[in-house]
Design a protein around this ligand. Structure first.
Ligand code: PLP
Length: 404
């Protein structure tokens, strides 16, 4: 059971076929991973935006090992110090708008958004308000409520009847959001940079417009920071680029460096909406996940990874822009920091498969967007090597430097 083909056969026999992975991975370090046959790849998926400090960062590994050896899990029947410290830290990272705020911990992005939806409904329930306006091309998770919040039909097919209470608006179009409001609306939910929906950044003007609309109509503004948070865009949270702060934001993916964890952070207005027994999670915020998250946050701080993400992100964007200039088939480059999307004319999956053959793993986001989520501590030399691979692959695919 050590060869890729044997493992793949077992996988295909026993795993429900919701994913379609091609390669087996056995280990990873920093921005690189290997398969059982020792083929090495640059990993610009980072486990889908999870390994912001790279695979197996020694400080994160050490924190997980140490915590597992003393108290891995104890449930929320008891207080664990790491949880309280992490909650304090997340509230602090939210900045002045979150002074007096509080946190609820869970285990995934979908669950964190589910918690945000429940909190908003509970907050609006005295007035009978429950509708949440979300954006087209958003992605908020796979629970029934969060896939309904997700403004994309493909992930809702076959799951009728969907929960009521969601309306959709166009991203970066404040008039569309205004038009979606009713007297039942309780919240507006959005990503500061849409991830799965194609790496679309919100404009600062749109974020501010949503904030103003929420203030005007007494609505909660919810930012889903599951993908664009934890330093990915060069700030702790994507909304911090805009100057508009939400009332609630959710984190997961990169939060605990690969240990499954989600968090809902609320400002002072939202801090005590959930009351005793009104929401809960068995695993949420267990000592193991909290120790991992505290280690991830201190690595980001100590190694100045926000600055690194901004700086290396610029180099990545510049390299991709170079491809857009060189090839007509590369239509556009979008994103922020270490979250980049390259829009291609044909199939993004075809480009990703070719990159893989050249030794670089990337994500896609929809039909036409190749998505790059490298670790924030990627070295310039590593980026250069990966760009070389992309360059060779695109040359093979799109011809000899000239668009025909
Ligand atoms: C991945 C993602 C989710 C869902 O997170 P899970 O941990 O897979 O449940 C929600 N929102 C956004 C923006 C995401 O990128």
């Amino acid at each position: 059971m050590s060869k890729s083909n044997d493992i793949k056969a077992l996988y295909e026999e026993f795993m429900m076929p919701v994913y379609s992975p091609e390669i087996v991975l056995s280990d990873g370090q920093g921005c690189k991973v290997r398969n059982p046959e020792n083929a090495t790849y640059y990993d610009f998926t980072s486990g889908i935006g999870v390994h912001n400090a790279g695979h197996c960062h020694p400080k994160v590994v050490k924190a997980i090992q140490a915590q597992a050896a003393v108290l891995g899990h104890c449930s929320n029947l008891f207080i664990n110090a790491k949880q309280a410290l992490l909650a304090q830290k997340l509230v602090k990272l939210g900045g002045p708008a979150f002074r007096g705020g509080k946190v609820f911990f869970c285990n995934s992005g979908g669950e964190a958004n589910e918690a945000a939806i429940k909190l908003a409904r509970k907050w609006g329930s005295p007035e009978g308000r429950y509708e949440i306006v979300t954006m087209r091309n958003s992605f908020h998770g796979r629970t029934l409520a969060t896939l309904t919040a997700t403004g994309q039909a493909w992930c809702q097919e076959g799951y009728d009847p969907l929960p009521v209470g969601f309306r959709y608006a166009d991203y970066n179009d404040i008039e569309s959001v205004r038009a979606a409001l009713t007297d039942k609306t309780v919240a507006i939910m959005l990503e500061a940079v849409q991830g799965e929906g194609g790496v679309n950044p919100a404009t600062g003007e749109f974020m501010k417009g949503v904030r103003e609309l929420c203030d005007e109509k007494n609505l909660l503004m919810i930012c889903d920071e599951v993908q664009c948070g934890m330093g990915r865009t060069g700030k702790w949270f994507g909304w911090q680029h805009s100057g508009a702060a939400p009332d609630l934001f959710t984190c997961a993916k990169a939060l605990a460096g690969g240990v499954p964890m989600g968090a809902l952070v609320g400002n002072a207005k939202c801090a005590d909406v959930f009351t005793k027994s009104s929401h809960a999670s068995t695993f949420g915020g267990n000592p193991l996940a909290c120790a991992a998250a505290l280690a991830v946050i201190s690595v980001i701080e100590e190694e100045k990874l926000l600055e690194a993400a901004a700086k290396t992100g610029e180099l990545l964007h510049a390299a991709l822009e170079g491809f857009a200039e060189k090839y007509d088939q590369v239509l556009e480059v979008r994103g922020r920091g270490m979250m980049a999307g390259m829009v291609v004319e044909g199939s993004a999956a075809e480009v990703a498969a070719l990159f893989r053959d050249y030794g670089l793993l990337v994500c896609t986001a929809g039909e036409h967007v190749v998505r790059f989520l490298p670790p924030l501590n990627l070295k310039e030399s590593e980026l250069e090597e990966a760009v070389e691979m992309m360059s060779d692959a695109l040359e093979e695919l799109y011809g000899d430097g000239g668009a025909e």
